[in-house]
Design a protein around this ligand. Sequence first.
Ligand SMILES: [Zn+2]
Ligand SMILES: [Zn+2]
Length: 397
Amino acid sequence: MFNKFKILKKEECPCGSKKKFGECCFLKESRKFYNEKEALSVISKNARKSRINICLCNECKSKAIGAHALQENGVLSKLAVDKYVLMQNKKENATMLEIEKGIKEAFYFLSEVLIKDATVQTCFCKNHDDKIFEDIEKYNKIFSPTNLKQLFLFAYRTFSFEYYAEITSNKFYRNMFKDVPQLIKKTILITNYKESLKKKEEMDYYKNLFDDIIINEKYSELATVVIEFPYTIKFANYMCIAPNFDLMGNNINVFDKKSKMMRRVFITSFPKDEKSYILISVFKRDINVYEKYLKSFEQVSKEVIKYYFNCIIPLISENLILSPDLWDEWDEIGQCLVQTAVSEPNPTRVLLGLKLILCNLSKKDKKNFMLNNIKYNIFGKKNLDSKIKIIKNQINF
Ligand SMILES: [Zn+2]
Ligand SMILES: [Zn+2]
């Protein structure tokens, strides 16, 4: 018996006690909060407690340093204005909004963050952070969109920072449930908690595969589609997603038949030198799942590719880093739309809408679709006509 939406009495209690829910938090009294400040301080205390210090490289036991998911000098510095970028800052207090009468929920909107703090997590030790990622992190290394080792390292870094986020998210839920037992009866929280557990499990599977590639230097195990822009984009992003439709709106079954687990795609977007890149990597062993998805990048127009990322990056990813310059290009409605997308806790319905739009755009008479007339465009209002290039690595179709 498995229920996505709630914890059954005979299930293990999500507070981490190892007891059955019916014999643990189910019996506890609700915790009372007398004001919003009190609730916020419990959230931020537990968020702090969840941020562990761990080096994700193999069995390394060394202490992790604060490392950037995306290079500070070379990527983030390109986006910053007066040393600030815009992103969701989970280290600050959330904004509490009333979603129903008397019920408030925590939202994280984009806010200004110093680049020295942006995307920093404690998930690699100094030695591994320097050694493993040398080829993409050292300032004098030029990026080449056909260098398999560099492509691998970007996917691996994206994976690692997302994996770390999932470990801390699991921990955060457990801490919160322990402190505030009545939360265990909230459907939306339990649904998210169970999804987070599942994602962690899937990521454990990928952790072994990534470790194996590093040890054996088998960088050709990844297939990568690179989208190259001839100018510097004003955002950066990294995410591990399981897209269940391609760029023409066709369904993709993201579940592996044997393990019943979702398979994932590793996507990293960044400006580098005078160009910009979106790297879309999958493991070759998952190619049966994502062949159609990767192929679809060549089957649609460049405008549709931009439209697709313009929608999914703010919506799905928790790691969108924006330049304040880009933000200023949009009017109030555009800015509102981005804030809404970024803080949306359940994007399923919006994604369904995107799927229908992509379906429509793939029809013959829509080939002239242009991205000009929408309220916000993360690719910027300049460079609208720039030619983008698609480069395939380790893909034979
Ligand atoms: Zn409990
Ligand atoms: Zn280490």
